[in-house]
Design a protein around this ligand. Structure first.
Ligand code: SF4
Length: 351
């Protein structure tokens, strides 16, 4: 059976869907073949995943024509006929793709979009909690999708299946042009201060203070990972310590994954980096701002933790994109450096 899975973005969501691939493998056995369609920028996230045979990228940002994507899939279908399309994105784009291959059966994930939107409209915390789990079934996202698919595949065995990301062939850490500094000479932790939307970012000066405290109080090396567009990370440049490495804009996505896979912990926002760390079995400490663990995106690893302030105004949007409508960003600013540091230490000291 050849299955085409579709999820164009965003980084964290693409990573989370690998749990679905693992589950499908355990359900359908080794004969099943999986092809994943995603945005070109995320192809390196998935290539090398042991369960995914082929990854097809679509570069909308660089103006790739839609017809080129359809052709790539058409060619693939000719060589190895596709039996089923699983739409893990449920957007207009993925709908268009299914329409282009209307003769192939398709299943579409239920993203509980309306339910999440409804949660942003409730102002009472207890009611939010009641609705999210009891009424909307907003459980941890990886488990919820698998549960939904269990229903679609009529798999009534009800076993909890593999939800972990499987490691691809592990590579050596890339040698970066950092002179004699060796990041992995001693245990290191990753700080991931970026997020897809600005309100989802814990203030960078908080991250800087946290980094200084960790360097002062522990023996860990500290590495900052962020993309080339995250110039706000220049705020870290005031830290002058031989155990500190600001790699913002210096690593490819694949290289960032390698750093995450070998780190002791990743401390970051509700963003893709933390999902990647979790997927590698690395504990993470996730800081939630305008989004909410109630949506089902909280870390699920045994040692992972999150911090999220109980405010009536949150969640204020389904993705964290909407600008804050209050006089300041309480959801993030109320998370104090000392609280993050002590939670970090609890994770490090846990057996
Ligand atoms: S403080 Fe409240 S309204 Fe402002 S971004 Fe955070 S959750 Fe939304």
């Amino acid at each position: 059976m050849h299955i085409l899975l579709v999820r164009f973005s965003s980084m964290g969501d693409v990573v989370l869907q690998t749990a679905t691939v693992n589950w499908l493998r355990s359900l359908l056995g080794k004969e099943a073949r999986f092809t994943f369609v995603t945005s070109s920028e995320f192809v390196s996230l998935l290539s090398g995943h042991p369960e995914i045979g082929q990854v097809i990228g679509y570069d909308r940002k660089k103006g790739e024509k839609w017809s080129d994507l359809v052709k790539k899939i058409d060619d693939l279908d000719e060589k190895d006929p596709i039996d089923l399309i699983i739409d893990l994105h449920a957007t207009l784009r993925s709908f268009k793709l299914k329409l282009s291959f209307w003769n192939i059966p398709a299943l579409t994930v239920d993203k509980r979009r309306w339910e999440r939107f409804f949660l942003t409209k409730i102002t009472n915390r207890s009611l939010k909690k009641f609705f999210s789990h009891k009424i909307f079934g907003l459980e941890p996202q990886t488990e919820r999708i698998i549960k939904d698919f269990q229903g679609l595949f009529l798999d009534t065995r009800g076993k909890r299946r593999a939800v972990e990301f499987r490691k691809g062939p592990h590579q050596e850490l890339t040698s970066l042009p950092l002179g004699s500094k060796k990041i992995a000479d001693k245990p290191y932790i990753v700080i991931a201060p970026s997020a897809s939307f600005e309100p989802k970012r814990w203030p960078v000066n908080h991250f800087v203070q946290l980094t200084e405290k960790i360097l002062q109080m522990t023996a860990f090396n500290v590495v900052v990972l962020a993309g080339p567009e995250d110039s706000f990370c220049q705020a870290f440049n005031k830290i002058d310590d031989s155990r500190f490495f600001n790699l913002q804009g210096k690593t490819s996505l694949k290289e960032s994954m390698e750093y995450l896979a070998s780190s002791k912990i990743c401390i970051g926002n509700d963003s893709g980096m933390n999902h990647i760390a979790e997927a590698y079995g690395v504990p993470c400490l996730t800081l939630f701002g305008p989004t909410d663990p109630l949506f089902g995106f909280a870390p699920h690893g045994a040692k992972s933790r999150f911090i999220s302030k109980e405010l009536n105004c949150k969640p204020c949007s389904t993705t964290g994109k909407k600008p804050c409508h209050r006089d300041r960003l309480y959801c993030m600013e109320e998370i104090k450096v000392d609280e993050v540091y002590s939670t970090f230490m609890e994770i490090m000291e846990a057996p």
